[in-house]
Design a protein around this ligand. Structure first.
Ligand code: F6P
Length: 319
């Protein structure tokens, strides 16, 4: 193998840059030619490809976003688009590919691998919704952002004696809400994995108020429903003035935490080592603090397990 390509696809995640840096530098260290593919599978279809050198990835380890840019490509899912992508890989003589992204992106990597392209996946998404790995790159940075927001909202919540519903991202996965809610001391965490009882949320708010608690933080995962409707119901049922903050895209940006940078650096490095060894059709992950690699097809069949222990702990601690 002489030329490898690297791309980032789907929703960006803090730490993608650190992973790109690791792929490029490990590739060059191993005498590979490294090609950057812009805008994910979309750039692959359109041949938006350039050669990278050591300096291409200077000064990016600490930056959020992705210097290769990203996109969600519908065309890649079509037979015609997929064939175009395969053709472009041939034209650029790319004989190994590192694909960075979430669940949807890893499915794309699996298809390329099935079509005979030596491919390695690296899980990058703030959602932490890939079942085969304990953590995905970007998740802990997003959690930090949410915890910081919870602390700030809690200040004003206390001053005004209000309840605040904070809506966080995660698509169908409640991990951002769960981890940030636990770390931020939220009174209620509402996530898709656990059936939600608005009366219990209201009861907690009233019990807190009766004990002299001035703030009440409800972290709501976006996969559950509308934050404004939840807030309105809480206000109607408890009489507590209730406000809403939808955190939105600030969760996707920002400097990656050390943990995300370390995972990204190790996985980027391992991805190239695997290509070098010819151990392909794999995806990287983390299990019990170790970087692991798995057959990509097998990995994507593993369903995400919900961390009920963290949920129960948060409930006990927020009484
Ligand atoms: O997958 C990451 C994520 O930020 C989800 O949490 C969110 O639901 C979605 O992407 C938003 O997607 P888009 O960037 O296409 O609006």
């Amino acid at each position: 193998m002489k030329t490898i390509g690297v791309l980032t696809s789907g929703g960006d995640a803090p730490g993608m840059n650190a992973a790109i840096r690791a792929v490029v530098r490990t590739g060059i260290y191993n005498n590979f030619r490294v090609m950057g593919i812009r805008q994910g599978f979309s750039g692959l279809i359109n041949g938006d490809i350039f050669e990278m050198n050591l300096s291409s990835v200077a000064d990016i380890i600490h930056r959020g976003g992705t210097m290769l840019r990203s996109a969600r490509s519908e065309e890649f899912k079509t037979e015609k688009g997929f064939k175009k992508a395969l053709n472009v890989l041939e034209v650029f003589s790319i004989d190994g590919l590192v694909v960075l992204g979430g669940d949807g992106t890893l499915k794309g990597a699996r298809e390329l691998s099935k079509a005979g392209v030596p491919t390695i996946g690296i899980p990058c998404t703030i959602d932490n919704d890939c079942g085969y790995t304990d953590y995905t790159i970007g998740f802990f940075t997003a959690v930090e952002t949410v915890v910081d927001a919870i602390s700030k909202i809690r200040d004003t919540s206390t001053s005004h004696g209000r309840a605040n519903v904070i809506e966080v991202m995660g698509r169908d996965c409640g991990d951002i809400a769960l981890y940030a809610g636990l770390a931020g001391g939220a009174e209620s965490i509402i996530i898709p994995e656990v059936e939600f009882d608005i009366d219990e949320v209201c009861k907690r708010a009233l019990q807190g108020k009766n004990r002299g608690k001035l703030h009440h933080i409800i972290v709501l995962a976006e996969g559950v429903g509308n934050a404004y409707e939840v807030a309105q119901t809480i206000q109607e049922k408890t009489g507590i003035d209730t406000r809403v903050t939808v955190l939105g895209y600030i969760q996707r940006g920002g400097n990656p935490t050390s943990f995300d940078r370390i995972m990204a650096s190790q996985m980027g490095n391992r991805a190239v080592e695997l290509l070098k060894e010819g151990k392909v059709g794999r995806t990287l992950g983390m299990k019990c603090n170790e970087i692991i690699d798995m057959d990509i097809d097998e990995a994507l069949k593993i369903e995400k397990k919900f961390d009920i222990e963290k949920y129960n702990t948060s409930k006990i601690l927020s009484i």
